[in-house]
Design a protein around this ligand. Structure first.
Ligand SMILES: *[C@@H]1O[C@H](CO)[C@@H](O)[C@H](O)[C@H]1NC(C)=O
Ligand SMILES: *[C@@H]1O[C@H](CO)[C@@H](O)[C@H](O)[C@H]1NC(C)=O
Length: 375
């Protein structure tokens, strides 16, 4: 009697579990086929809320961040609304942007949409962003990607997980902080005493190459890599370095050295791998276009941040005490360092359909068409 009860009560949960799993799988597959999974790595330009869960000063979780989002509430995105990762996920037809990896809501079926591992303040180097305390540095983001894959395996099995990762799209946006929040931080940073700029750039590229190969080893086969934006023209840099209202020549020089070497490194990796795994996005040029000619993109201003204080609204953080522009659509910069949603839309439009001046070896829409025809 006792034996029998024990047997039946222990088999029941198993049966229920199997039924749930089966239902889950039926439920899951059409979703998985709707759009490819999307994974995001990097810094505040693409973080969509991971830092909300961390003890860090690099956060965008209070007003007026998110003022133009559907809820008008701050989400952790460094934007008045969406960031480039969100807009790319729209372009690939995802039902919603992948959730921050640290979000407790990232569970079950939602895991198959992808995940966002980005964390504001990080750089290529581990010592970038130390002032922000506890953030997800790049090696941690990659570890979490591995952990994520284990969780998906438990849901849909090893083979399907492998396919989901292989057919996914990855975006990685990192590198800007290695300049503005490391090399150029303060009048004489340890890194700037250690390296002259050209040597520092070479070091960054060699470290980035290792990171990208580690990412490749985790399975994805389409990895969109953005160069740094026009860092010297950001309101934060104009406020601290510009003498004549023009972009900081020194910080622009950093991008001018770094971006072509990044593109060259990606090209060499593709050659070695025999496939166009790494797609390079020339975000510096995309930024310069609207900085040099704001009116033709519908901006009245490309130098002053919408939210902030001091010259160019480029001093300190964007908070509820800051100046706030009434119409965010007229500003290229939302805060001292981050583009407005409107600018992010222009950037993603170039990533999607831009010529080889912006995208190398091809734009996102071409990748999508190619991959659709081969799977
Ligand atoms: C960064 O930290 C990781 C461990 O978190 C380590 O494996 C890696 O070697 C470090 N990178 C550098 C350049 O020191
Ligand atoms: C997108 O890339 C493809 C391939 O390089 C190119 O043929 C096409 O013209 C690009 N789109 C635009 C709008 O330039």
């Amino acid at each position: 009697m006792i034996q029998l009860m024990a047997a039946s009560s222990s088999s029941n949960p198993v049966t229920i579990c199997l039924i749930i799993l089966a239902l889950g799988t039926i439920h899951i597959s059409p979703q998985a086929e709707a759009a490819r999974a999307f994974f995001v790595f990097g810094d505040s330009l693409v973080d969509n809320g991971n830092n909300n869960y961390l003890i860090t000063t690099a956060r965008a979780d209070s007003y007026p961040y998110g003022i133009d989002s559907p809820t008008h509430r701050a989400t952790g995105r460094f934007s008045n609304g969406l960031n480039i990762a969100d807009i790319i996920s729209e372009k690939i037809g995802a039902s919603e942007p992948p959730l921050p990896y640290l979000s407790p809501q990232l569970n079950g079926r939602r895991l198959l949409i992808g995940a966002n591992f980005a964390s504001a303040g990080v750089g290529i180097l581990n010592d970038t962003g130390v002032q922000f305390l506890n953030i997800l540095r790049m090696p941690t983001q990659l570890e979490y990607f591995q952990e994520y894959q284990g969780r998906v395996q438990a849901l849909i099995g090893r083979e399907q997980t492998k396919r989901l990762i292989e057919q996914s799209l990855v975006l990685i946006t990192v590198g800007g902080n290695d300049f503005v929040n490391n090399y150029y931080l303060g009048p004489s940073s340890p890194r700037s005493r250690q390296f002259p700029l050209p040597k520092y750039v070479k070091y960054l590229i060699s470290e980035y190459k290792k990171l990208l190969m580690n990412l490749y080893k985790l399975g994805p086969r389409r990895i969109l890599v953005t160069g740094t934006g026009a860092m010297g023209c950001a309101p934060g840099e104009l406020a601290s370095r510009s003498t004549n209202g023009g972009c900081s020549a020194e910080v622009q020089r950093a991008g001018a050295l770094y971006n072509p070497q990044l593109e060259q490194m990606l090209r060499a990796l593709n050659k070695k791998l025999g496939k166009d795994v790494f797609i390079s996005a020339n975000n510096g040029q995309m930024h310069l276009d609207f900085i040099n000619n704001p009116q033709s993109f519908g901006f009245t201003d490309s130098k002053v941040a919408c939210c902030g204080q001091g010259p160019y609204n480029g001093v300190g953080l964007c908070t509820f005490l800051s100046n706030l522009c009434p119409n965010r659509g007229l500003y290229a910069f939302w805060d001292a360092f981050h583009p407005s949603e409107k600018a992010n839309r222009i950037i993603v439009q170039q990533m999607n359909t831009g010529s080889t001046r912006y995208m190398s070896p091809m734009n996102l829409s071409t990748i999508m068409a190619l991959d659709d025809s081969t799977t």
